[in-house]
Write a protein that binds this ligand. Structure first.
Ligand SMILES: [Zn+2]
Length: 333
């Protein structure tokens, strides 16, 4: 087994410059290869000084992402800026300015834990403007897609109904507002292809924006292929076939080492079929209740399936003992 690279997600950047630098230094000193800090959260706020989106108050007046990126560059730690894409929330500037973009679920606009309709051009343009800001302004090595999918049960907005009618000649709501359970039994494959299309189009546009700025594109995806095609409209094998991603991180968040390893085998086959154009990082959760030994056994078993890297969710749960053990992986395998 070759030594897997190590990455970690970081769901919130620390809230002082000193703490940001300390986090980067700890990971770099331990030989971690890639840090993925979240800068657009599921509430629609961003954690960097954006002119496109609303900025979380704690990150106004300073630039935590710039400090992290500069410190990471100095220490040889790669960094990808992570955005939660189609999920918006109470802080969303998109949904405040374009309420028509709010996804319709079970006949009602989504509220609170709300989503934007991926099919609306305004949604895609808004998110791409955020990515362009990150790509143009920051010395990061890449940008990272997450929530690049639907959730169950939408979208049934007017634009989606019109699109479905135009492309298939059928009403999206033929079976009533609870059609999400059996969306269109008439032709499930047509429904899946129609639903995956705007998400894939967004990945294509993000790929072009990243490439124009000389950045890599990575993505967190659902692990249980091919079921995610129907459940959330996420055709990541199609993205790989088009060469849209440099790095893919299936969120293999099972507490079962056996299940995580078997999912990994499936991911490995999917990525290998694309002739190695995309690096496979298995996304493993570091459960707080686990000992370092339990976690490292999980990592080792998954890595033995043949992966390019392990991506840990998430940094605050990673102990110093974990980091020491991860650093020794290649020597003990
Ligand atoms: Zn819609």
């Amino acid at each position: 087994m070759s030594t897997p690279k190590i990455a970690t997600w970081l769901h919130s950047l620390p809230r002082t410059p000193e703490a940001v630098r300390a986090t980067v230094q700890r990971l770099a000193d331990a030989g971690v290869d890639l840090l993925i800090p979240c800068v657009k959260q599921t509430d629609g706020l961003v954690d960097y000084p954006s002119v496109v989106a609303n900025v979380r108050p704690e990150y106004q007046g300073w630039d935590a992402l710039m400090i992290a990126a500069e410190e990471a560059n100095r220490r040889g730690l790669a960094i990808h800026a992570w955005c939660c894409d189609f999920v918006e929330g109470t802080g969303s500037r998109l949904l405040a300015e374009h309420p028509e973009c709010r996804a319709v679920q079970h006949g009602r606009a989504t509220e609170g834990w709300s989503w934007a309709c991926p099919r609306r051009p305004e949604t895609q343009e808004y998110l791409l403007a955020i990515y362009r800001e990150l790509i143009d302004r920051y010395p990061v090595q890449g940008v990272h897609l997450d929530y690049v999918r639907y959730a169950d049960g939408f979208c049934y907005c007017d634009a989606c109904r019109e699109s479905y009618q135009r492309e298939t000649g059928r009403d999206l709501l033929t079976r009533g507002f609870d059609t999400w359970q059996q969306p269109d039994a008439h032709d499930m494959d047509a429904w899946i292809a129609w639903r995956c299309a705007p998400v894939t189009a967004f990945v294509r546009a993000a790929r072009a924006a990243a490439a124009a700025g000389g950045k890599a594109l990575s993505a967190a995806v659902f692990p249980y292929l091919p079921g995610q095609l129907q459940d959330v409209g996420q055709d990541w094998e199609g993205w790989l076939a088009e060469g849209l991603l440099d790095d893919i991180m299936p969120m293999t968040y099972s507490m079962s080492t056996r299940i995580a390893a078997e999912w990994t085998r499936n991911h490995r086959a999917a990525v290998a079929a694309m002739k190695g154009q995309c690096r496979l990082w298995e996304g493993l959760v570091r459960h707080r209740s686990w000992s370092a030994e339990r976690f490292l056994r999980h990592v080792q078993t998954v890595a033995a399936q043949g992966v390019d890297g392990i991506c840990i969710f998430d940094e605050p749960n990673v102990t110093d003992a974990d980091l020491a053990g991860l650093g020794a992986l290649g020597t003990t395998a």
